[in-house]
Design a protein around this ligand. Structure first.
Ligand code: FAD
Length: 397
């Protein structure tokens, strides 16, 4: 049953979001997919900003019709956007992941300077965690951040890769090590870095199999300097800030994956009901029923876990540590469901599923593959889930 955990206001928001995305994203989706047209992405982001949709996580800034905006609505927005175009959805997801620590942890003057452009949809944000030698093992980060007291500035040296919005972002949240000789959990710091900072460069963008239109690339920092007040939270508190962001990001990713899974399912169901094979509709075959049933329960499980995580977050009674398991479960089950549904949709369509000539199944298949890797791989979120269930055992990572 759709929207089981959503109230009337949430459901009305879904309708509004769907209407706006149908008007503003759908007509641009072909240009984003076929030409990787950044102007189309940017124009649609601007429309989301105008509608107040990039402020859903920030009740003090939001001025729209919702009485209690929050993660539930940001997740609905992501689901609806990803159902149309996952690449666009990643751009707004990344913008929100940048805005979130800015809103919570930046000094007031820094927050005022960088947050508004992002949540108004006029600017784009990016997050810099991943490095060449460090992906899942973010505690092994090599980027160094030092404080230069003589100029009252932070100095960053490091090389980040796989950064969404890399060469097009206006503002970056960059994580690096400030204190050696202690675990990274106690020696990592987060900074706000504007595009204009001296010493920042973009060596290259990557060519991915999917998510066409979302720019992902490298960002290098060579003696890159930002003023002292561009610190987020306190020195050496970066790991805690990063973990707080992951709960929110993984729940939103649950929504993205759900949108991708739903699209694949709709394509498969439509085909099964129209395609004739051996004198009958394809959907009459038991082996096809099996696939449809399997896709269907996976989508329902994904939806329940994703909106459970969002609702728990919005209720505000759980600590970030307590939210880690529901957010990780939402991410794991939804992204695995998306992968399964994208694969089975292609299988049900047969040759039609492999070509661009017969619709979006092949695009969804390519797009879905990133979902179990970004924002914490399936393997890593399983460690997080089991760490709650086996609290006295240390995992052999
Ligand atoms: C399209 C895209 C966009 C991205 N956007 C961003 C972004 O905006 N900002 C950012 O900072 N990063 C971003 N990333 C990076 C992403 O977060 C990493 O790719 C991800 O965390 C995995 O890291 P890795 O690629 O280095 O793989 P690795 O960490 O090298 O892992 C490779 C494989 O080994 C498995 N593995 C690793 N360790 C273990 C273990 N102990 N036990 C069992 N299995 C293990 C992993 O699960 C994975 O399957 C993006 C990546 C992609 C593909």
């Amino acid at each position: 049953m759709r929207d089981f955990l959503l109230n009337a206001e949430d459901k009305a928001f879904r309708e509004d979001a769907r209407r706006l995305l149908t008007a503003q994203l759908l007509p641009r989706a072909a240009a984003i997919e076929e030409r990787e047209d950044w102007d189309s992405v940017k124009a649609a982001v601007r429309e989301m900003g105008k509608a107040g949709y990039l402020k859903l996580m920030f009740a003090d800034l939001y001025r729209g019709p919702l009485k209690q905006p929050g993660l539930t609505h940001a997740t609905i927005l992501s689901e609806e956007a990803a159902a149309i175009n996952y690449a666009f959805d990643t751009t707004i997801g990344t913008a929100l992941s940048c805005a979130y620590p800015l809103h919570r942890h930046a000094a007031p003057q820094v927050r005022d300077r960088y947050l508004h452009g992002i949540v108004e949809g006029e600017q784009v944000g990016a997050i810099g965690v991943t490095e060449a030698g460090v992906g899942s093992d973010s505690a092994g980060m090599q980027t160094r951040i030092e404080f230069d007291g003589s100029r009252n500035e932070w100095v960053i040296n490091g090389f980040k890769r796989y950064i969404s919005n890399a060469s097009v972002a206006d503002t970056y949240i960059v994580y690096g090590i400030t204190t050696d000789g202690v675990p990274a959990q106690k020696g990592m710091t987060a900074l706000v870095v504007p595009r204009s900072a001296p010493g920042i460069s973009y060596p290259r963008n990557y060519h991915f199999m999917g998510r066409r239109g979302c720019i992902v690339g490298e960002v290098e920092f060579r003696d890159c300097r930002v003023p002292a007040d561009h610190l987020l939270g306190e020195r050496d508190s970066g790991f805690r800030i990063m973990l707080g962001m992951f709960n929110f990001e993984r729940t939103i990713l649950g929504g993205s994956a759900l949108g991708v899974a739903r699209s694949a399912f709709d394509i498969a169901v439509a085909h099964a009901q129209t395609r004739e094979s051996f004198g009958q509709k394809l959907g009459c075959k038991q082996l096809i029923w099996d696939k449809i049933a399997e896709m269907s329960w996976r989508i329902d499980a994904a939806e329940l876990l994703t909106y459970r995580a969002a609702k728990l977050y919005d209720e505000g009674s759980l600590s970030p540590k307590e939210l880690m398991k529901p957010a990780s479960q939402a991410k794991l089950v939804s992204t695995e469901a998306a992968l399964y549904c994208a694969d089975q949709a292609v299988q049900i369509l047969g040759g039609d599923g492999l070509t661009k000539e017969y619709g979006r199944a092949e695009q969804i298949y390519r797009d879905a593959r990133a979902l179990t890797i970004v924002g914490g791989t399936s393997e890593m979120v399983k460690y997080l889930i089991a760490s709650v269930d086996l609290p006295t055992l240390k995992p052999n990572l």
